[in-house]
Design a protein around this ligand. Structure first.
Ligand SMILES: [Zn+2]
Length: 358
């Protein structure tokens, strides 16, 4: 079968690999439909291995070459003897994280917090950019009728955004700054709106992404901090000029974290969801005097799937609008990775149509 595999830094190939064999009692065999290319896939390609490992993974035992793909919709092909939550033929969306079920975080379904977390498509034997994949039963969530296969492939990044909005505590009528309009920033903006935010300020330096923000969220206030005075615009658009209720930092740029701290009102909340890959110089005295909360936000709790899919089905969370291209699995590198890595590029989310010519 076909599989997009991460061999090493700057080395991702479409390979012919043996299909999965015998299922264990709680295994689910799925046939991926659509699979998104994620920022973490790009990070593995450029700077990896990061989540993928040359040595066997501490929990799953998987090692490189790694089949990529952790954002995908699929159809259930077969199930192990003890699987009860899905049936053959079900459409599913994959929650890709897993962790030891007999340890503190794993017991509570908080796989994202486990030091041994494994991820389908990053540190597991199988991934969504292939004709077939095995996942654990708890990784597969049945997709309701009101959610399309394309939307079902967007649930994973959408869950990241919903968790960040939860961490920001966004309530109806709030003003919110979204810093960075990549896929996660875009989904955070949509999720904040769904949560009731009434004033959205979007800060982004890439003009084509700022343009995308304008068409996706026509009511949002768009700011290019390379040209405009972000802080002044924030003041002008908040009650008595005190700043926004909350800011969600999605760019992973040091100056952006400090801009978020400046943008929130006293006792405001700043959520860092973008990955700051280096230590950031901050002014903790400002944090104290403003009496603010600065929080991290990692992935999502594993039970997010039904909730995110309900938001999508309601029409209040139009995640499919982020999809800028749908390409064939064979074109993953040329039309996917390469275009997404173009700093001036207009791509937001690229999906592989895995089932198209399978
Ligand atoms: Zn991802």
């Amino acid at each position: 079968m076909r599989a997009v595999r991460f061999h090493d830094r700057n080395d991702v190939r479409v390979d012919d690999v043996p299909p999965p064999g015998q299922l264990k009692p709680r295994d689910v065999l799925v046939r991926p439909i659509f699979c998104g290319i994620c920022g973490s896939d790009l990070h593995e390609y450029l700077h990896g291995p990061i989540s993928s490992t040359r040595e066997p993974h501490v929990f799953t035992g998987a090692s490189m070459p790694q089949i990529l793909g952790h954002e995908f919709s699929a159809v259930v092909e077969d199930i192990g003897a003890d699987v009860r939550n899905v049936a053959v033929g079900d459409r599913v969306s994959i929650q890709p994280q897993m962790a030891p079920a007999d340890e503190y975080y794993g017991k509570r379904g908080l796989y994202q917090l486990s030091p041994k977390v494994g991820v389908v498509g990053l540190s597991w034997w199988w991934g969504g950019m292939a004709d077939l994949a095995i996942v654990n039963d708890y990784n597969a969530f049945v997709v309701p009728a009101g959610v399309t296969d394309i939307q079902a492939a967007m649930v994973e990044p959408a869950a990241v955004a919903v968790h960040a909005v939860d961490r920001a505590g966004i309530r109806p009528g709030w003003s919110v700054l979204i810093s960075g309009f990549g896929p996660i920033g875009a989904l955070c903006a949509l999720a904040a709106k769904a949560a009731g935010a009434t004033t959205l300020i979007i800060s982004e330096t890439n003009p084509s992404r700022l343009k995308a923000a304008g068409s996706l969220l026509p009511d949002a206030i768009l700011v290019n901090p390379a040209k405009d005075n972000l802080n002044k615009i924030v003041r002008a658009n908040s009650e008595e000029g005190i700043g926004v209720h909350a800011a969600i930092e999605c760019a992973g740029v040091p100056a952006c974290l400090n801009a978020c701290v400046d943008a929130v009102r006293r006792q405001g909340i700043v959520v860092q969801v973008g990955l700051q890959t280096k230590p950031v110089e901050i002014n903790a005295l400002t944090w104290v005097f403003k009496d603010i909360i600065v929080r991290g936000s990692i992935c999502y709790p594993s039970d997010s799937w039904p909730r995110v899919m309900a938001m999508i089905a309601s029409g209040q969370f139009p995640v499919e609008k982020l999809v800028t291209s749908i390409i064939a699995l064979e074109d993953a590198m040329a039309l996917g990775f390469k275009r997404l890595l173009d700093p001036a590029g207009g791509e937001l989310k690229v999906l592989l149509n895995v089932s198209a010519d399978a």
